[in-house]
Structure formats: structure tokens, C-alpha cells
Design a protein. Sequence first.
Length: 117
Amino acid sequence: QVQLVESGGGLVQPGGSLRLSCVASGSVFSMFGMGWYRQAPGKQRELVARIIAGGSTNYDDTVKGRFTIARDGGENTVYLQMNNLKPEDTAVYYCNAVPFPGTEGYWGQGTQVTVSS
């Protein structure tokens, strides 16, 4: 049973930074891809950033230049460094881990990020 555990959310002022972490346990395989999604109240869940085997990354346009996604070598751990946070970044952030291409994969329970003065 694969479980994803996220940490690092919280309350931060505009312009501040947070670092999210996600550890996927219970798998003997290295995940093909890992990523972060977010869902704000009244909105659909959307992709923030993801990283796949080989290190290729992609980001939503609204976070390019501010957020950085990284994996911990061959471990099933992914980080999201979020800088210059804006109120519109406020959402529940979910970690996603995909074992093979084309599969939905696994989801974490979510961590709240609130950007407010």
C-alpha cells in the first residue's frame, strides 16, 4: 500500500516562502513521476509542477520563476520550493506520485497553504 505524506504548509505573508515535502512510502519501485497539484475553494484541482524520470519538469505558467520542484535522487521524495508567494497561491496542495506513465497514481491528503497579510 503506497502512502504519500506531505508537510510544510502553513500561513505566510505575501512575498514570503514555503517549502513543501512529500514522501511516498510502501513502494519498492522508484516512481516514474511526482508532482504537486492545488485546489482553491470553488475551483478545480490544477497542476502546479511535476518532475518525471530523467529530471524533466513542467510548471503552470502562474508559478514559473517562483516555484521549483525537485526530487531527492532515487528516493520517492519530492519537494516544492515556493518563493514570492502571492494571495492567489492560497490553496490545498496535494502531492501526486505516478508509478508508470499513463496512470493516475497516488495522492496525498493535502496540506494547506495560506498567503495573507
